[in-house]
Write a protein that binds this ligand. Structure first.
Ligand code: SAM
Ligand code: FES
Length: 296
């Protein structure tokens, strides 16, 4: 995971890097910095890179295409995943043609009235879902997902999320507990719980047997063994942070985010040990989804 910009034009109520948070020290990695992160990752054995950031207009389509093509050219045996928010179908097509394989765009909540409680009016659940459909029809392996325990979330909302996942059949599902950030309108809201997040991971694994499900940093933030328990509940992906240490504390989506001090190599070693402690081992590959294995 390379967190390449914390500039964002959006103002999601839950998110620490929302545009109206004036306490964030903003940064952007240069194209050279991003390639350098990939080089470090490649040397550590990674064959899959995720570029994640806020919706930063500086990274326009031309710039993103340039970055994607240069990663594709230099690391031809690696998967490239983008997580850069809502774009037009044309933009998604351009990134795909430049060499991107996957796209992570959580639907956040499948319930439209709940969506309106978490986002300003400028953002609509219809557009978010349009993006997910466009990405799938272009041919990306698509990841969607939601926060567990986000403010005002009900059990019915989680049922809608599960029905949404069942309908969309995404290749990846990213879920993690909501955790408050002190400079957001939700500063005083309680975090999602470990127990409910693990339960939801289990349900998603049963619903989508092939899916890539990360055991997220947010899960590791609410419990020191959260990521290990996530793997035991059904997650099968870990995403070590490859961002330069100098910017990690600036990509603070929520309070007390872990893994903001270590070098990439330390992150990898730590995760390797954690995964082995619960009886698994890390596969070093592109990690493509193998849906066919699960066809009856
Ligand atoms: N801008 C891109 C997008 O909209 O998909 C990617 C970056 S966004 C920060 C990535 C994810 O972080 C969001 O989809 C959201 O679910 C999660 N997130 C944001 N704030 C959070 C919080 N306070 N607690 C837990 N997860 C959070
Ligand atoms: Fe844009 Fe969170 S509000 S990344």
């Amino acid at each position: 995971m390379i967190e390449f910009t914390n500039y964002c034009k959006n103002d999601c109520y839950y998110c620490g890097i929302r545009s109206s948070n004036r306490n964030v020290s903003r940064y952007r990695l240069s194209e050279e910095d991003i390639i350098q992160c990939c080089q470090e990752g490649y040397a550590l054995g990674f064959r899959t890179f995720v570029l994640q950031g806020g919706e930063d207009p500086y990274f326009n389509d031309d710039r993103m295409c340039r970055i994607v093509s240069s990663i594709r050219k230099q690391f031809s045996d690696c998967a490239i995943t983008l997580s850069i928010g809502e774009k037009s179908r044309e933009s998604y097509q351009r990134f795909f043609d430049a060499g991107a394989d996957r796209f992570l765009l959580r639907h956040e909540t499948a319930d439209f009235s709940h969506y309106a409680m978490l986002h300003p009016e400028t953002l609509s659940p219809q557009n978010r879902q349009r993006c997910i459909m466009d990405l799938q029809s272009i041919g990306y392996q698509v990841g969607t997902g939601f926060m567990v325990g986000s403010p005002f979330q009900t059990t019915d909302n989680l049922v809608s999320d599960m029905l949404f996942l069942h309908a969309v059949q995404p290749s990846m599902v990213g879920i993690g507990p909501f955790i408050a950030h002190k400079d957001t309108p939700f500063a005083d809201k309680p975090s999602g719980t470990l127990e409910l997040t693990l339960f939801m991971i289990g349900l998603i694994r049963l619903t989508l047997p092939y899916a890539l499900i990360p055991s997220t940093t947010a899960l590791g933030t609410i419990s020191p063994i959260g990521r290990e328990l996530g793997l035991k509940a059904g997650a099968n992906v870990v995403m070590p942070n490859l961002s330069p240490v100098s910017v990690r504390k600036k990509y603070m989506l929520y309070d007390n985010k872990i893994c903001t001090g270590e070098e990439s190599a330390q992150c990898v070693q730590c995760l390797k040990n954690r995964v082995e402690n619960v009886g698994y081992h890390i596969v070093v590959s592109r990690g493509d989804v193998a849906r066919k294995e699960f066809e009856i």
